[in-house]
Design a protein around this ligand. Sequence first.
Ligand SMILES: Nc1ncnc2c1ncn2[C@@H]1O[C@H](COP(=O)(O)OP(=O)(O)OP(=O)(O)O)[C@@H](O)[C@H]1O
Length: 249
Amino acid sequence: MTSLLEVSGVSKTFDGFRAINDLSIQISEPELRAIIGPNGAGKTTFMDIVTGKTRPDEGRVLWGEKNESLLGLSEAEIANRGIGRKFQKPTVFEDQTVRQNLAMALKNPRGPFAVLFHRKTPQGAQRIEEIAAEIGLTDQLTRTSGELSHGQKQWLEIGMLLAQDPRLLLVDEPAAGMTAEEREKTTDILRRAAQTRAVVVVEHDMEFVRRLDCKVTVLHEGHVLAEGPLDHVTSDPTVIDVYLGRSDA
Ligand SMILES: Nc1ncnc2c1ncn2[C@@H]1O[C@H](COP(=O)(O)OP(=O)(O)OP(=O)(O)O)[C@@H](O)[C@H]1O
């Protein structure tokens, strides 16, 4: 495991309020990491900073073997480096089939016409089958995406991100609105995806985080409060005090 993303000493103030406060987080490759913390802890802002949506006031965000700074890059440039983000709400093309959605998302050879022709190549078709298997939608490939359940749409969107072959996948509250069975399948998908890449999951659902069975980072007031296995962080008195004991946890 080598360090893929290194966030160090990052701070961000909004209108005098310090949402991120001297935050340092390192993500390896491959790795599955869960980030938990009470409302307002800075989880979304952390992802906004990594993806270039929000510029920090200070600190470093370094990427890859060459320790490239992501801070001067646009959101598109950062995405091109191999950072994919899954927002809470699924955004698949509802009128298109599952196969068409995956075909559109496949990483294509660069060039103006490659996108048009790529879909028809045998490699593209094979990759679609592989991704469909990875997200458990093999038997849904010909279905119109709008007909899928909420969970299936979430998996399709994860598949569309996997099609881009990201080195780091940021996933925001994947379990929200899912049935228990869907949540279980989602943990399987994320765990599998994290065997070959870095996957960072922001989640409130503790049972979901437990099933992810990975290193957990607890954020509080924009700072890392505790880090380690779930049992370790959940037995930390400060974590219990600020997070687990609260009704919004
Ligand atoms: N663009 C912004 N302008 C002003 N304040 C902001 C902005 N973005 C975030 N904040 C504030 O920064 C703090 C951290 O917010 P953030 O959304 O990162 O927390 P979070 O841990 O993701 O919370 P939640 O679990 O509720 O999604 C909050 O107090 C929020 O109100």
